[in-house]
Design a protein around this ligand. Structure first.
Ligand SMILES: *Cc1c(COP(=O)(O)O)cnc(C)c1O
Length: 405
């Protein structure tokens, strides 16, 4: 053991800014879909670091990429480019609609770049009037002031003074609400191709295709925030590939680095050219260490067999949840796609998702919530079937405790 200082959960309240309320558990080690805490208690991980750990914990290929690059070169900043950044960009553009990549360090930053690019594109092509951004209620796009204002939960953007302007919110899956807001002044429509934080809500085909048509009619860019849905999460490399609708700009982060912080905005040459030299930037964006790990994650996930298996694991998850619900009847719906799944509490248990999450944690199972009524599951995309089954046994025990409480 090292001479590192012993720390406890109480220290969090002493030394951390109080914007989070983390679990009492402090994990110290992870392997695949298992995690161990300071007391060596074991957990099954159905949370995946909020849809980040796409290959579980300490996947050998990611550890190898990290340690190899860690001995070569960590950081240069953007006065120089580097090999991992170029290789990853080549692979991302080969695998998607996009021709160009801008690197960031997080989802919020990738979205910030997308929004700034949309405004620049509109200014250059159509002049100063085309500034409106349409986003959706319950949408989530990050915590920078621009992205949180585009997000559809005023509670997150209120209380910080004047907000960036010309942002309007329509209702997800309600095409008429988009029609009512869109005009030739709209520069971009921004949406998640499955609302994650907002409660695991899939778009209807009519809605997503209709939004694309409205964007075409009004010369507005369609921006897909795939920060949560991207990199295999929904069983396609990117969710747009399963929807038959191609965006003009796409943002990706969370699973992109498999646990190492990185984000990216990708787009076409014609749109990208409006972010000219000096218009935007980031010190760390495209950092070789981050890109080396992300390249290894991308290579592993961009694989037909792995993506097909995500669909099978999704079915296994949903069937297990349906079976639990058939016995205990506490969910009104099991929804979602791929390995982004939501179990919605019935009216009777409304607002109590966090309580159920805490019972699961007590049983040794890590889950997430998406709002007050939905338990969310975003496990590793390569979680072994045995861990799904074992985790679901724990979840059923947690449900029983919850119902007795
Ligand atoms: C998590 C998330 C973000 C924010 O990403 P950060 O890395 O926390 O900045 C943005 N958009 C969506 C859809 C997300 O799920």
């Amino acid at each position: 053991m090292s001479d590192k200082m012993l720390v406890h959960r109480e220290l969090f309240d002493e030394v951390m800014v109080p914007n989070y309320s983390p679990s009492k558990v402090i994990p110290v080690k992870g392997k695949g879909s298992r995690i161990w805490d300071q007391q060596n208690n074991q957990y099954i991980d159905f949370a995946g670091g909020i849809a980040v750990n796409c290959l579980g914990h300490c996947h050998p290929k990611l550890v190898q990429a990290l340690t190899e690059q860690g001995q070569k070169l960590w950081h240069l900043s953007n006065t120089m480019t580097n090999e991992p950044a170029l290789r990853l960009a080549k692979k991302m553009t080969d695998a998607t609609f996009a021709d160009k990549v801008y690197y960031a360090n997080s989802g919020g930053e990738a979205n910030e770049a997308a929004l700034k690019l949309a405004r620049r594109w509109a200014l250059d092509n159509y002049g100063e009037e085309k500034t409106h951004i349409i986003a959706f209620k319950q949408g989530f796009h990050g915590r920078t002031f621009f992205t949180v204002s585009v997000g559809g939960q005023p509670a997150y953007s209120d209380g910080f003074g004047p907000k960036p302007g010309d942002i309007y919110h329509a209702e997800y899956n309600n095409l008429d609400s988009v029609k009512a807001l869109i005009s030739d002044k709209t520069c971009a429509v921004v949406l998640e191709p499955l609302q994650g934080e907002g409660g695991i809500i899939s778009p209807t085909e009519e809605f997503i295709k209709g939004v694309k048509e409205l964007c075409n009619t009004h010369n507005a860019l369609l921006v897909f925030d795939e920060v949560q849905t991207g990199v295999g999460r929904l069983g396609h490399l990117y969710a747009y590939m399963g929807l038959g609708v191609t965006p003009d700009i796409l943002t990706t982060a969370k699973a992109l680095g498999g646990g190492f912080p990185i984000g990216a905005m990708i787009t076409t040459t014609d749109i990208a050219k409006h972010l000219k030299i000096g218009t935007h930037g980031s010190t760390y964006g495209g950092n070789p260490l981050a890109c080396a790990v992300a390249e290894a994650a991308f290579d592993t996930i961009n694989n037909a067999e792995l993506l097909k298996a995500v669909g099978q694991k999704s079915e296994r998850f949903k069937q297990a949840l349906e079976a639990i619900n058939a016995k205990h009847n506490l969910f009104s719906e099991i929804r979602g796609k791929g390995l982004l799944i939501g179990a919605v509490l019935t009216e009777e248990y409304k607002g109590r998702a966090k309580e159920l999450l805490l019972f699961a944690m007590d049983k040794g199972l890590m889950t997430l919530i998406a709002g007050a009524n939905v338990i969310r599951f975003a496990p590793s995309l390569v979680i072994p079937d045995g861990d799904i089954d074992a985790g679901m046994k724990l979840f059923e025990q947690a449900v029983e405790k919850f119902l007795q409480s």
